[in-house]
Design a protein around this ligand. Structure first.
Ligand SMILES: Nc1nc2c(ncn2[C@@H]2O[C@H](COP(=O)(O)OP(=O)(O)O)[C@@H](O)[C@H]2O)c(=O)[nH]1
Ligand SMILES: [Mg+2]
Length: 360
């Protein structure tokens, strides 16, 4: 039964969770498939009363090579985040938390996330799930003070619109007021940066120009102080809002799944059947036959040449065919039709889209 539930869970989530991971999610949810799916997609394990941490929490989101890891290293004054070297190569494959002390002395936890539009073929929805898992389920802190959207000005400066959308998909629509677009690599392309910032303003989004590399030590410390002041947030985003949003998404996805036409699955099933074959065997039996013999009669008649017929019984063995039934195994096949609903995970993205579009 449990292994059945496990495979159903894997089907619905399209995940490659281990048996143990499935078991633990299912048993945590009283073996309710629906609740386990809600937890899987929404991060319900997020502790609503996560410890009230005094430090700030920033989440860094951006395309690969936008400068997230470099930024992290500048803030922590270490080299602990790996920076991309080869062109177009992404380096951060999972989300990691880094602690830094701001010029004011406040502590900040930065979650450096896996770059979106990953060059190694990881799909964006997997990355988004990874981010929400790290941030929402990580449960280190119940609030986010800022989500920094990294936009490199190397090629253009409008890609951040996609990041805004992604951030809303991950955290829910009310993240908007905590979003800050950080324009990086702007020194060579000040026009791109200017256009981008003007565009952000039009969208009612905050933006900040940031330089990690081509900057002196003293300018860097001014920049950090400015950023810190810029990111001060009196009303940090509460992570359980993200959780509520994602829960709504899963519930909507369930509805969509229920209304979707079933997938008809036809497969050929082989089976063995025992039939009874009629064969015949040769058998023998003994029969008694009467064999006539002509004998001369006795007395006068005999002398006159008269004869008579007498019969002798003799036993004879005769062969005959007797039918018998012999059991025989034969291989047969039949077409089995099964109707299943498409897996739940196929409805998560459309459900999110619908919820966000309804709000827009
Ligand atoms: N000029 C300039 N280059 C940067 C800046 N930030 C990052 N880079 C370079 O961009 C490349 C990718 O940076 P990385 O931090 O790994 O990007 P990530 O994928 O977003 O983490 C590296 O070669 C960095 O040196 C910046 O502010 N200015
Ligand atoms: Mg990185």
């Amino acid at each position: 039964m449990q292994s059945n539930l496990n495979s159903q869970f894997q089907y619905e989530t399209g995940s490659n969770l281990t048996k143990e991971q499935c078991d633990s999610l299912l048993s945590k949810n009283g073996n309710s498939l629906k609740e386990a799916c809600i937890e899987y997609f929404s991060g319900a394990s997020y502790a609503p009363n996560a410890k009230a941490d005094q430090s700030l929490q920033w989440v860094l989101i951006g395309n690969t090579r936008a400068g997230k890891s470099t930024f992290t290293n500048k803030m922590t004054e270490t080299e602990s985040a790996v920076v991309g070297k080869g062109f177009g190569q992404s380096t951060t494959s999972t989300s990691k938390a880094y602690a830094a002390v701001l010029p004011s002395g406040s502590k900040v936890t930065m979650i450096d996330t896996q770059g979106l539009n990953d060059t190694r073929g990881t799909s964006n929805s997997d990355i988004e799930r990874g981010i929400s898992k790290a941030v929402i389920r990580g449960g280190t802190k119940g609030t986010i003070d800022a989500v920094l959207l990294f936009q490199s000005c190397q090629v253009d400066s409008f890609g951040y619109k996609d990041l805004v959308r992604k951030a809303k998909e991950i955290f829910g629509p009310s993240i908007q007021s905590s979003l800050v677009v950080l324009f990086t690599k702007h020194i060579q392309n000040p026009d791109f940066a200017e256009e981008g910032m003007a565009d952000c303003k039009k969208q009612g989004l905050r933006s900040f120009l940031w330089e990690s590399i081509d900057i002196s030590k003293s300018k860097m410390s001014i920049q950090k102080t400015e950023l810190q002041q810029f990111l001060e947030n009196k009303n940090p985003y509460r992570l359980n809002e993200a959780h509520f949003f994602l829960r709504k998404v899963v519930e909507k996805a369930y509805l969509k799944q229920a209304n979707a036409p079933p997938l008809v699955n036809e497969r050929v099933e082989n089976y063995t059947e025992t039939i009874h074959e009629i064969q015949s065997v040769t058998k023998y039996k003994t029969v008694t036959v009467q064999v006539p013999e002509t004998k001369r009669c006795g007395g006068f008649g005999g002398m006159m040449g008269r004869t008579k017929t007498v019969y002798h019984s003799i036993n004879q063995t005769v062969a005959y065919q007797e039918p018998i039934t012999v059991p025989k195994e034969v291989q047969r096949s039949r077409i089995v039709r099964a109707e299943t609903k498409p897996p739940l995970h196929q409805f998560i993205v459309p459900a999110k889209k619908e919820l966000l579009d309804n709000l827009a």
